[in-house]
Design a protein. Structure first.
Length: 143
């Protein structure tokens, strides 16, 4: 298994950075960094719900965009580059309810010099897939 992430990236650094970003707003905590994946968890609560006490589908899109974007940035952490999401899509397969613990895992489909594509799966605490999606990003100079 090839390591796609920059050697300067650690799970602790990801967690510290995310504490000041959108991830903290939605309750996302990054939990695992492997050679070719990044995972984060969120427990569904009232802020994630739509009428009927089920999770709003936008939460899945936010998880796909956030975990995929952070993973992409981790591949270029040692370069004067940034990534910009240009397309995100999701398929919702199961309902999530308050108290469910969701794990979103991003894996690369393509890591190029100018574009990246990451596939993200979201499963609940029982291992059942809740959503799956994909984010496409541009790799650009930081300036």
């Amino acid at each position: 298994m090839k390591n796609v992430f920059s050697s300067v990236v650690t799970l602790k650094a990801i967690q510290e950075q995310a504490g000041n970003e959108f991830a903290a707003t939605i309750g996302l905590k990054f939990t695992e960094l492997g050679p070719d994946y990044l995972s984060g968890k969120v427990v569904i609560d009232d802020r994630h719900l739509r009428p009927g006490a089920i999770m709003n589908g936008g939460v899945s899109l936010a998880l796909i965009e956030t975990v995929g974007s952070v993973a992409a940035r981790c591949t270029i952490a040692d370069q004067p580059k940034n990534t910009l999401g240009i397309q995100v899509s999701a398929s919702h397969l199961q309902i999530a309810r308050p108290g469910d613990e969701l794990t979103a895992t991003a894996r690369p489909a393509h890591v190029g010099r100018s574009t990246q594509i990451w596939d993200v799966t979201i499963v609940n605490q029982l291992g059942k897939m809740v959503s799956t999606g994909r984010i496409t990003l541009l790799v650009v100079d930081k300036n």
